[in-house]
Design a protein around this ligand. Structure first.
Ligand SMILES: [Zn+2]
Length: 331
């Protein structure tokens, strides 16, 4: 059973940058399917990270989108991955990585690298075939999920240790620990040749066993419910990496392929796009409100430079800009 086949399709033949929620028919299993194409490539091509770092950030972006399904209007969610904070711990070449997702589908992210990161990662690449999460992040890494609601209700933060090999495992653990929910996650990241270039794609599918969705729930015996879950989990895990990533394969086609036997319902998909909160206007507003002596202190070589790590972009304000901003602020 499939409804809606329009959104999530950016030009009628390509299906990328979507969040597609779904429901397995007559069961207590729901899920979502995410594929990032253009958005992933924009985030990663703004920076020149080694491939192992790009992969980590891409996997994190998919997981952050998966977690963003229940955000309130105007709410946002941040996923951070960090190594140990203790002084004696072995630190990885990656200080931390961060991905923000807003309820409207805006995403942004970057990796903070140690000054010697590139040399260290190149050394690792010479000696080992695969670079692990621990190689990048160092000892005792953890994943922090922060949910910021739009209203001034409290922020929520959940932290889970990176004890497994992948970020996806940590997110599965997060669900079991914090929400007592069983989830199963599959993530795939890769480059696809397009127009003479290799572009980054990242995709993932998550299903979760929810307590009660109504419908069949009241009629189902508990042992049947467990069977539904196991079956959905097995079916989802038959998905191939190339099916997850393939931008010409529509989300609906893939979901039917996987769960056809049980039937699958899809909800309206959500579009995902790269969008940062920084802007020259916003910086001008801030600069307009600083006392004169602070403005003087912020100047280096006669100009104020303000950088956005997410966009890897620097806005420069010269004396005449600053005079105009301060004049406007007074008026
Ligand atoms: Zn920015």
């Amino acid at each position: 059973m499939i409804i809606n086949t329009v959104a999530g399709n950016d030009n009628h033949s390509r299906f990328t940058d979507f969040f597609q929620p779904f429901l397995i028919d007559e069961s207590n299993v729901k899920g979502n399917f995410i594929r990032l194409g253009q958005a992933m490539d924009v985030i990663l091509s703004r920076h020149d990270y080694p491939d192992s770092v790009s992969r980590l950030l891409a996997e994190q972006a998919v997981l952050a989108c998966m977690l963003s399904g229940n955000l309130d209007d105007g709410g946002s969610l941040t996923v951070q991955v960090k190594g140990a904070q203790q002084d004696d711990a072995i630190r990885g070449p990656v200080g931390f990585t961060v991905i923000d997702v807003k309820e409207n589908g805006d995403i942004r992210g970057y990796a903070d690298l140690a000054p010697d990161a590139l040399t260290r990662i190149r050394e690792l690449e010479k000696t080992q075939e695969e670079i692990s999460l621990k190689d990048l992040i160092g000892e005792a890494g953890f994943l922090a999920i922060t949910i910021t609601p739009a209203a001034d209700t409290q922020q929520y933060q959940g932290i889970v240790a990176l004890s497994g090999d992948t970020l996806a495992q940590a997110v599965e653990e997060y669900f079991t620990q914090s929400e007592q929910l069983q989830v199963s996650i599959k993530v795939s990241v890769g480059k696809i040749a397009e127009g003479g270039k290799h572009k980054w794609y990242a995709s993932g599918m998550m299903i979760q066993r929810v307590p009660d969705l109504g419908g069949k729930a009241e009629k189902v015996k508990l042992e049947d419910d467990g069977e539904d879950w196991n079956r959905s989990r097995i079916l989802m895990n038959t998905v191939k990496n190339e099916e997850l990533l393939n931008p010409t394969l529509s989300p609906q086609t893939l979901l039917v392929r996987l769960f056809n036997e049980d039937g699958v319902w899809v909800y309206e998909p959500k579009q995902l796009q790269v969008n940062c909160r920084c802007s020259r206007e916003r910086i001008e507003d801030v600069l307009g409100n600083f006392p004169d002596e602070d403005i003087e202190e912020m100047k280096h070589d006669g100009v104020i430079s303000v950088s956005c790590q997410f966009c890897n972009k620097t806005e420069v304000f010269r004396d005449d800009d600053i005079a105009r901003i301060r004049q406007n602020a007074v008026e």
